[in-house]
Write a protein that binds this ligand. Structure first.
Ligand SMILES: *Cc1c(COP(=O)(O)O)cnc(C)c1O
Length: 387
């Protein structure tokens, strides 16, 4: 098909015309159950009405004013982020990569050091610094020389941390590697990282772009581990589908970012803030998060029961409603099959099927998902048996 776009995305042959809750409808009126949620973005389901109302109300007031002016709605969203985390001040931007850029700049300026330690199979974004931070060669190919100041260690390898010295500005990681295969960090590993940061005078940056905003059953994923990061980055689910990112920092860092240190024309845009405010009020509610955890247990148990013992499956794992099914073969044909059965899921690396249902998913919808997975896997079994 003729296109006026750069072919930067391998697109499926599906065009969606409408989306509501956990369901999307394509231009041929085929309805799909959506366990992608715009890649962990539409955590309240598609087209949430309260978010929509707040955005429409802001549209009638003003759309953009620039950060030359005080914008109370930025303060309101920042307060919600600070109260739900261990941070004290927020910088708003427009994406996950930008939030991580801000974190890298802040860590370097604050510590006066430049080495940032990240992990193999991580994903932190596609700008120059965040691509350099990302421990995956396939993301970096063709763009060299990269920023030299990143060092990559093996995720969940506790011993490797012993080699780090006092020249490290920050250690940056996801507590569940999302794009890299839905790999949760071990508690021992995270604790050792926090301890190492303390010991060598490095800042701890947690990339919560995918794991934040209730996705793992807590406001932020790091809260499962009892650590206190210096910097937390957020985006994806923060605006329920409007583009917004945030960097949340500890109070000891506030003085480092002065007027002129960093900035963004659109950062903290009031339309995005209106969406973020309602999103956080709803998701950071204790009852809402309890329900996410109940759904997570339900879905993980059912998946374990249905496919956990399948000859093609290595294991089912995850935190909250960020769930991976690791297979012994390439998953892309299975994902195509699931889509042909009107069920949308993503890969995370070549061998993992990633499930990211909206946090508002119903038990009935989870049952449909599990039934569809069982059906497709039983066929995969047959075709494997036939070889
Ligand atoms: C998606 C993602 C990013 C990049 O976010 P963009 O908004 O695409 O720039 C960074 N870190 C993690 C963990 C992500 O999942």
């Amino acid at each position: 098909m003729m296109s006026y776009l750069f072919p930067t995305y391998a697109r499926w042959d599906v065009t969606i015309k409408e989306a509501k809750g956990s369901w999307v409808t394509d231009v041929n009126d085929v309805k799909y159950l959506d366990f992608i949620s715009g890649i962990a973005v539409c955590n309240l389901g598609h087209a949430n009405e309260e978010v929509s109302d707040a955005v429409q109300e802001q549209l009638t007031k003003y759309w953009h004013m620039s950060n030359l002016f005080h914008q109370p709605i930025q303060e309101e969203v920042a307060k919600l982020l600070v109260e739900a985390s261990d941070g004290d001040a927020v910088f708003f931007c427009n994406s996950g990569a930008e939030a991580n850029e801000a974190a890298i700049k802040l860590a370097r300026k604050h510590t006066g050091k430049h080495k940032i330690v990240t992990f193999l199979q991580s994903f932190h974004g596609r700008t120059f610094a965040t691509m350099s931070a990302t421990g995956q060669e396939k993301i970096q190919q063709g763009f060299g020389p990269l920023l030299e100041t990143f060092q990559y260690l093996t995720f969940n390898n506790v011993e490797a941390l012993d080699e780090l010295g006092t020249d490290v500005a920050a250690i940056m990681l996801e507590v569940v590697q999302g794009e890299g295969g839905v790999v949760p960090a071990d508690k021992e590993f995270i604790e050792k990282i926090a301890e190492t940061c303390e010991k060598i005078g490095a800042l701890l940056i947690i990339d919560e772009v995918q794991t934040g905003i209730g996705r793992t059953g807590k406001p932020f994923g790091y809260q499962h581990f009892g650590i206190k990061p210096d910097i937390i980055t957020s985006a994806k689910g923060l605006g329920s589908g409007l583009p917004v990112g945030a960097m949340i920092g500890h109070k000891s860092l506030i003085e480092t970012f002065q007027a002129g240190s960093h900035g963004s024309t659109f950062g903290g845009n009031p339309i995005a803030m209106a969406a973020a405010k309602v999103t956080l009020e709803k998701i950071f509610d204790e009852d809402f998060l309890n329900e996410v955890n109940k759904k997570s247990n339900y879905l993980l148990e059912k998946l374990e029961h249905i496919v956990g013992k399948h000859p093609l499956v290595n294991g089912v794992r995850g935190k909250g409603l960020l769930i991976g099914i690791e297979c012994k073969e390439q998953v892309s044909p299975i994902i195509d099959q699931l889509r042909e059965h009107n069920f949308l899921v993503l890969p995370a690396g070549p061998h993992v099927i990633r499930l990211l249902p909206p946090l508002t998913v119903s038990y009935e919808e989870m049952d449909i998902a599990v039934k569809t997975i069982a059906e497709v896997f039983s066929k995969v079994n047959d075709s494997v048996g036939a070889h």
